[in-house]
Design a protein around this ligand. Structure first.
Ligand SMILES: *Cc1c(COP(=O)(O)O)cnc(C)c1O
Length: 446
C-alpha cells in the first residue's frame, strides 16, 4: 500500500498555477479531447491523498470538491486502495447476471441495511448516477404501470436522454441536445432565499401549490414517481424547508406514487447523516445512490421496497458492467471507512466550521447573500450587494483567486452564482481553515 499515504496535508505552491508542466499538458488536452468538456481547475493531477491534490508541477492543492462529492472518504483512502488491489488480483469482471459474485451481494445487503426504513428492501447496482436514475424511473413505472414523473425546479439528475429531461437547467446541460423524453412534469421548488411568499409558511404553501398542480394538471393516479434531491445539488445546495418533503411523501403514499430520493450527491455521510432524508426522519420508497458510495470508483445503486424492486420480469434489469466487482470491493471498504472513522459525525463538525466561518464572511461582505446547506454540503450564494440579483462575476473572481493560491472550490446554482463546499470528509480542521482563510482573502480582493 505504500506510496498512497504519503502526501503532507498542507497547501504548497511550487509554481504559479497552472505551472509549466500543467500548461503543456492542457494544450494537449485541448487538442485531443472534445471541447464539450469543461475544466474547473487548469492543473493536471499527479496524485491525491485525503484532502490534498498534488499536480504535476509539485503544487499541493486543497481539495474542496472531492471529485464532485465522490471521495467523501478521502482521495485514495487506504482501505479503498487495499480493497481494490486485492479484488483486481482475483477477477476483474464476470458480469453479475452471467456469474454472480459475493461483493455485489454484500453491497446490496449493506445498502438494504443502511438506508432508512425497516421494511424489506432490495437493490441493484449500476455504473453512474444517471444510469441509476434511469433504472429508478424504469422500475417505478413498471411497478405502478403509470407513466408520469414529477420533478422540481433546480433539479439535476444526469446527462442521459431521460435524465436531461429530468434536469431543470438548460445551459449547459440540455441546450441543443433534445428532443427529450416525455411525461416529465416540473413543479415549483420552495427555494427559501428566492421565495416571494410568507417565509413562515413556505413548506405548507409550496406543498399546496405542488399537490394542486399534480392533481389538476397531471392527475395523481397517472403519476409513477415523485423524484427529489433531499439537498438540491447542482441547483445550488438548496435545502427544502422542513416539512415539505415529508408532506410530498405523504401525498405520494396516498396516491400510490413511488417517492424517490435522489441521494447521489447528498448521500454517504455528506450531510452529517448517512442519508440526507434522515434529517427529517423520512423513509423514502426508493433511494438512489452513487457519488460517495465507492471512494472514487464508478458505482451507483437503486434501493427500494422489495415489492417494487421485484416487480420487473427476469432479464428486465441489468447491464454489462453494473456493480463491477472492483467497484463493489471499493464500496465495501468505503462504507467500512465511514463507519470506523465516524465520518457522519465528522461531516457535521466540518459543517459547523464552514457555516460559522461563512456567516462571519457574510456579515463582512454583503456580496454574500445566503449561507446554507447541511453538514459538509454547504454553499454561499453571491448577489449584487443590497439586492438578490445574482452576481456570477463576483463568484468567478473569488474562485479564480482561490485557484491561484492553491484552493480548488466548485461552483453551482441555476444562476451561476453559488460557491459550494464539498470537501473530503476526512479533511483536517487545519486544512479546512487554511482553505477558508484563502477564500476570505478572495472576498477582500473584490
Ligand atoms: C451527479 C448527480 C447525478 C448524476 O450522476 P452521474 O454519476 O454523473 O451520472 C444524479 N443526481 C444527482 C443529484 C447528482 O448530483
Amino acid at each position: 500500500m505504500a506510496e498512497t499515504g504519503s502526501l503532507p496535508q498542507t497547501r504548497h505552491l511550487a509554481t504559479e498555477i497552472p505551472g509549466p508542466l500543467s500548461k503543456a499538458a492542457i494544450a494537449r488536452r485541448n487538442d485531443a479531447v472534445s471541447a464539450g468538456l469543461g475544466m474547473a481547475m487548469p492543473v493536471i493531477v499527479k496524485r491525491a491523498h485525503d484532502a490534498i491534490i498534488e499536480d504535476i508541477d509539485g503544487n499541493r492543492i486543497i481539495d474542496f470538491g472531492a471529485g464532485i462529492g465522490v471521495v467523501n472518504v478521502g482521495n485514495s483512502a487506504p482501505r479503498v486502495v487495499k480493497a481494490v488491489q486485492d479484488a483486481v488480483a482475483n477477477f476483474t469482471h464476470t458480469n453479475f447476471t452471467t456469474v454472480p459474485y459475493l461483493e455485489y451481494i454484500e453491497v446490496c445487503e449493506a445498502l438494504n441495511r443502511l438506508t432508512p426504513g425497516s421494511f424489506k428492501k432490495k437493490s441493484i447496482l449500476q455504473n453512474s448516477g444517471a444510469e441509476a436514475v434511469e433504472n429508478a424511473i424504469k422500475i417505478a413505472r413498471h411497478y405502478t404501470k403509470r407513466a408520469a414523473v414529477v420533478v422540481f425546479e433546480h433539479a439535476y439528475h444526469g446527462r442521459t436522454n431521460l435524465t436531461m429531461a429530468l434536469t431543470a437547467k438548460n445551459i449547459p446541460y440540455k441546450d441543443g441536445f433534445g428532443p427529450f423524453a416525455s411525461e416529465i412534469y416540473r413543479m415549483p421548488l420552495p427555494y427559501r432565499f428566492r421565495w416571494d411568499g410568507n417565509p413562515d409558511t413556505i413548506a405548507q404553501d409550496a406543498l399546496e401549490i405542488v399537490t394542486h398542480k399534480i392533481e389538476k394538471e397531471i392527475g395523481a393516479d397517472r403519476v409513477a414517481a415523485i423524484l427529489i434531491e433531499p439537498v438540491i445539488g447542482e441547483g445550488g445546495f438548496i435545502v427544502p424547508p422542513e416539512g415539505f418533503m415529508p408532506g410530498l411523501q405523504e401525498f405520494a403514499t396516498k396516491h400510490g406514487i413511488v417517492f424517490i430520493a435522489d441521494e447521489v450527491q447528498s448521500g454517504f455521510a455528506r450531510t452529517g447523516k448517512l442519508f440526507a432524508v434522515e434529517h427529517e426522519g423520512m423513509t423514502p420508497d426508493m433511494i438512489i445512490t452513487a457519488k460517495g458510495i465507492a471512494g472514487g470508483l464508478p458505482l451507483a445503486a437503486v434501493t427500494a421496497r422489495a415489492e417494487i424492486m421485484d416487480s420487473s420480469h427476469v432479464g428486465g434489469l441489468g447491464g454489462t458492467y453494473g456493480g463491477n466487482p472492483i467497484a463493489c470491493a471499493a464500496a465495501l471498504a468505503a462504507i467500512k471507512t465511514i463507519e470506523e472513522e465516524k465520518l457522519v459525525e465528522r461531516a457535521a463538525h466540518i459543517g459547523k466550521i464552514l457555516v460559522d466561518t461563512l456567516n462571519e464572511l457574510k456579515v463582512k461582505y454583503p456580496v454574500i447573500g445566503d449561507v446554507r446547506g447541511r453538514g459538509a454540503m454547504v454553499a454561499i450564494e453571491l448577489v449584487k450587494p443590497g439586492t438578490k440579483d445574482p452576481n456570477p462575476d463576483a463568484m468567478t473572481k473569488v474562485i479564480k483567486y482561490c485557484q491561484s493560491k492553491g484552493v480548488l472550490i466548485l461552483t453551482a446554482g441555476t444562476y451561476g452564482n453559488v460557491i459550494r463546499f464539498l470537501p473530503p470528509i476526512v479533511i483536517t480542521d487545519e486544512l479546512l481553515k487554511d482553505g477558508l482563510s484563502v477564500l476570505a482573502e478572495g472576498f477582500a480582493t473584490l
